[in-house]
Write a protein that binds this ligand. Structure first.
Ligand code: AMP
Length: 381
């Protein structure tokens, strides 16, 4: 039975599809408010399951398991977009439970072509792009877009995986090989000034609130640092926030949408979207009056949203498998001891996989920068 669109209040149970760190931080925020948590994740004792009351271990597209999750939960959400959309659509349409976000955001954001088409349909710019599913299409696209460009798999890529930089025609043979094995998109390389992201929440009641702009630095295609306040002009900040709120409403989304953007002069281009809280928003836990996770729970439960503001300037350092031991060691010293440590309870520290983050907050922005610069001097590669 689909639940009525009323505020869903504690001690109701929130079901989360996906057991990673995003689900964990949603669960922590929800628990603090008094909700119960159920999670669906194939592996046992996942980062989210460690915080949950009910753990269902099965594939994300196991219909019986999905039905069980929907049955034990008053409201269901997902913590990442690469979950099979068809199974979710089927069980929700069969009326097994309440998933206010619906399956449509998954359909759009699982596919880079659909994602860019959606941005364009909403009236916004992206890097030049083309579908390059055949050799002829790739050759035509290179003719049009030129070098340097980036070949990306249409689906399944994340954190710089599934991407190949094409610098000159010498890279063409490899590109032709890649497209034989995976559906791809070709994007023009954007010589951006900065990368930013905007996180916006929209409640089941239609209320929309946008977080301040996050400024992001990537290393090897993976988020390395996020800083607030972002060093962008008011024009750029206003444009980016308005874009995010507008897309949220035009696409009729509920929950959280994160949009990664390139800043070029005073212009912004949409790069990627995720229908969920986002790595770049983790510092909201320690630096804003509401975290992206609390806001997400409020949005899917139909509670009033909080107008997000920055309480302290902050920098988040992403911790990958190779960084965790260093970070924990440094954090035990007085110089970095006031950093806010968030480890995700992963059972192994795997290279280039996210295992935690450390947020430094300081009302003195210059002192904040000095701390982060010093912390990063011996940061492992
Ligand atoms: P993505 O997985 O699309 O977010 O790409 C990972 C990172 O690669 C981005 O955060 C950028 O730093 C870089 N990147 C991706 N696409 C482009 C592009 N079209 N032009 C320039 N840099 C890009």
């Amino acid at each position: 039975m689909t639940k009525a669109n009323l505020p869903i209040v504690p001690p109701a149970v929130i079901g989360i599809i996906g057991g990673g760190q995003l689900g964990r931080m949603m669960a922590i925020a929800a628990r603090q408010m008094g909700y119960g948590i159920a999670v669906l994740e194939p592996g046992a004792n996942s980062p989210t399951a460690q915080i949950a009351d009910v753990e269902i271990n099965a594939a994300y597209d196991d219909k019986v398991a999905l039905e069980e999750l929907l049955f034990v939960s008053d409201v269901v959400t997902y913590e990442f977009e690469n979950i099979p959309n068809a199974a979710i659509k089927e069980v929700v349409q069969a009326g097994f439970g309440y998933l206010p976000q619906g399956h449509m955001p998954l359909k759009i954001t699982q596919n880079r072509l659909r994602e860019k088409d959606a941005a364009v349909a909403c009236g916004y710019g992206t890097a030049p792009y083309a579908d390059v599913s055949t050799e002829d299409k790739l050759l035509d696209a290179i003719e049009e877009i030129g070098y340097p460009s980036i070949l990306k798999t249409v689906s399944g890529g994340y954190d710089g995986k599934g991407q190949w930089r094409l610098k000159s025609k010498d890279d063409l043979p490899e590109a032709l090989e890649v497209i034989k094995n995976a559906e791809c998109i070709l994007e023009g390389f954007v010589p951006f000034d900065k990368e930013i992201s905007v996180i916006v929440a929209r409640s089941t009641t239609g209320e929309v609130k946008t977080f301040p702009i996050f400024e992001n630095d990537h290393a090897n295609g993976i988020l390395h640092l996020t800083t607030i306040p972002a060093d962008v002009s008011d024009v750029v900040a206003d444009k980016a926030r308005a874009l995010a709120a507008d897309m949220m409403a035009k696409l009729d989304l509920v929950g959280t949408l994160a949009i990664e953007m390139f800043v070029v002069g005073e212009d912004i281009l949409v790069n990627e979207m995720a229908p969920r809280p986002h790595n770049s928003g983790h510092l909201t836990i320690d630096a804003c009056n509401v975290s992206q996770f609390e806001q997400h729970i409020r949005a899917i439960c139909g509670l009033p949203l909080i107008d997000p503001v920055i309480v302290h300037p902050a920098v988040m350092v992403n911790l990958l498998g190779q960084h965790a031991d260093y970070a924990v060691k440094q954090w035990q010293t007085p110089a970095y001891g006031d950093g806010k440590m968030h480890l995700y309870g992963k059972d192994e520290y795997i290279r280039d996989r996210k295992v935690g983050h450390l947020t430094f907050v300081n009302d003195d922005a210059a002192a904040l920068k000095r701390t982060v610069d010093a912390f990063l001097v011996d940061f492992p590669e």
